[in-house]
Every structure is written in C-alpha cells, then in structure tokens.
Design a protein around this ligand. Structure first.
Ligand SMILES: Cc1ncc(COP(=O)(O)O)c(C=O)c1O
Length: 343
C-alpha cells in the first residue's frame, strides 16, 4: 500500500531504547528500588478524575521547594526526568549543534541528540573527578559545544563528581551544563549542586522520583534551575503534561520522606555488602554512589548465566554489566547464583 507518512531523517536512523519486558523473578536491570512506601495502598476515592491537572503543579513544587530550600520559581516538574531531558533538546538546541558527555553514561542523552539532529560527542571518564573535568574543559575549548551532560553519580559506573570540579567547569563555559542527579539520594549529599545551580543562568540539575523514592511507575521528575532556563522550559512544555495522580502521589511521598530516607540507608548498606562479595568473587567491580554496581568486562557471561537462574541484570555489548541493588533476600539469591557461576 502506498503512503506519504514517513518518519523524518533523524527518526529513520534512530536506535530505540531497548527494554526487556520478559518476566523474571528477580529484576536487577533498571535501577528501580522497592521502598514499600505505599505498602498499605493509597486511597483515591475522592480524587477529581474529571479535572485537568494543575498545570503549575503548585502543591508538589511547593513541597519540593521546602524540602530542597529552593524557591518554587526555580523548579519545573516533568513526566519523568526523561521528558525534561527531551525538553532541553527541544528548547535550547538546534540541528547541527554539538553536545558533549562522558562515556559510558545514561544512553538517552544520545538517543535524544540523534532525534533532534544534534552531533553527540563523548570523552572517556578519567580516574578522578578532577582529571575528568580537566579533560572536559579541554574538550569544550576545542569543540565549543552548545551543551554538556554530566551524570553524577554516573549511570552505569556509579562515579560521583566533586562539587568543586563541577563548579570549575561551570565557571569555564557559557554552554548549557546539565547536571543529572537521578541517583543523588544514594550518594554524598555535600557534592550535590541542587542549591547552588540556581546562581548559574546556563545550568540545571535534574532529579527524579523513579529511583530513591521507588516511584518509577508514576513518571515524575524535576528540574532545578535559574529562571532563565525554567521560564523557557515552561513556555515549551505541553499543557497539563504531568498528570494529577502522579503530582499527588509525589506530594504524599514527600510527606513520608523519613521512611524513604530509612530505605536509602538500607540500600547503601546492601550496596556495600554486594561490593564486598563481588570483590571476594574476583569480579572487576567499581565502587558506586548509586543504587547499582558496575562490573567491567569479565570472562564470565553473567547476564546469560543469571537469566538462567531467574535474575535479570543489564549488560552491554562490550561485556560490562550493571547490577541494581535489590532487597536483601534478592541480593542473597544473587550472591548464591554468582558463586555457582564463578566458583
Ligand atoms: C541518569 C539517569 N537520568 C535520568 C533517568 C530517567 O529517569 P526518569 O524515570 O525520571 O525518566 C534515568 C533512568 O534510568 C537515569 O539513569
């Protein structure tokens, strides 16, 4: 059948985000966490389903504002932080512009770059925060990018940049610097740029409810930035883009922050336990500030072997893998499975 409906050039070449939807008893592939926040359910009886959502997400933003000590005008919420990443491309970048990031990092920066016809370049991480930022500053001088994506702690390696280094980069460029702090709650809080970022008209911090808050299903993320950034994003975003149920569940979760923080402490304890076990097994594992551990390419086919034992992790074509920290009993099963595979 003949049709004139064809995708544009960028979409034709797009490598889509791959999701394995097969059911596995233990899922350690997507950095989710189950913090039992709404263990006893949530009552939606009096919810006004016939109304459009609050376009300004005022209740949610005001709670975020009190928690983070950042004024509401500096906060924009999104349908997951993924939507905010796309809005950055849509709003501030044009076809042919250059964007730089480190490699490996969160794959969606590159997917959106491709979608919007942006040249995406990557440089390798160095051993330290200082050396990585030094290299990035050199690259910025050479390539003059329009935007730089810094994922810290980095997905998938778990490496966290130091605040003083990120600030050095902010002071060395007028390009847009996106600081993705999706995993910050599991990391060293003092290195977060959440409060300081608003002083820079060319930077933003991205955060999400999908990780530490254990709310990946509601698709809720937020950006903290100078009004120069938030005002443009507010102009471009779709009307009512964050649904009211998600806004409300996010607000209720913020009221229960204490139990979320307790859960984070448990994840960190379990992360360190897994790290020690992986070292004992001789796996080339990196220290991590996220809710996951990164294993450099090894001779073991961990993904296939673990899948056979009902556990799914994330693996890359070069043989490296990322394992999400699960519940204690899931981690026990993981360790036993790894012992079987390796010993
Ligand atoms: C570094 C990083 N940023 C952003 C996201 C997207 O998160 P969200 O669920 O808020 O869209 C992820 C998801 O895995 C991530 O790892």
């Amino acid at each position: 059948m003949k049709t004139n409906v064809k995708p544009n050039e960028q979409v034709r070449n797009l490598k889509p985000y791959q999701v394995d939807q097969t059911e596995y008893p233990i899922r350690l592939d997507a950095n989710e966490t189950s913090n039992l926040l709404f263990e006893h359910g949530i009552n939606i009886e009096n919810f006004s389903f016939h109304r459009y959502p609050d376009h300004e997400a005022r209740v949610l933003r005001s709670k975020l504002s009190s928690w983070l000590h950042v004024e509401m005008k500096h906060i924009v919420v999104g349908n997951g932080s993924s939507e905010l990443i796309e809005l950055i491309f849509k709003t501030f970048l044009s076809k042919g512009d250059r964007v730089i990031s480190f490699e490996p990092t969160f794959s969606m920066y590159e997917v959106y770059a491709q979608l919007y016809g942006i040249r995406y370049e990557k440089i390798p991480w160095e051993k330290t925060s200082e050396a990585s930022i030094d290299q990035m500053i050199e690259q910025i001088k050479r390539e003059k990018p329009k935007a730089i994506f810094l994922c810290t702690p980095n997905n998938p390696t778990g490496f966290q940049l130091k605040k003083q280094d990120v600030k050095r980069l902010l002071n060395a460029t007028d390009a847009f610097v996106i600081i993705d702090e999706a995993y910050i709650e599991f990391a060293v809080q003092e290195e977060s740029l959440t409060q300081e970022v608003i002083a820079y008209p060319n930077a933003c911090v991205l955060r999400t409810f999908s990780k530490a808050f254990g709310l990946a299903s509601i698709r809720l993320g937020y950006m903290i930035a100078h009004e120069n950034i938030t005002s443009w994003i507010n102009r471009v975003r779709s009307p009512y883009h964050v649904n009211q149920l998600s806004q409300w569940i996010g607000s209720v979760a913020l009221d229960q922050r204490e139990s979320v923080m307790n859960h984070i402490r448990l994840v960190i304890i379990e992360r360190e336990r897994l790290y020690r076990e992986f070292i004992k097994l001789g796996l080339p594992v990196e220290t991590s500030q996220g809710n996951f551990l990164y294993i450099q390419p090894s001779t073991y086919h961990l993904n296939d072997e673990l899948k056979r034992r009902g556990i799914i992790i994330r693996e890359w074509p070069n043989g490296s893998s990322r394992i999400t920290v699960g519940q204690p009993h899931e981690n026990d099963q993981l360790i036993n499975a790894l012992k079987e595979i390796i010993q």
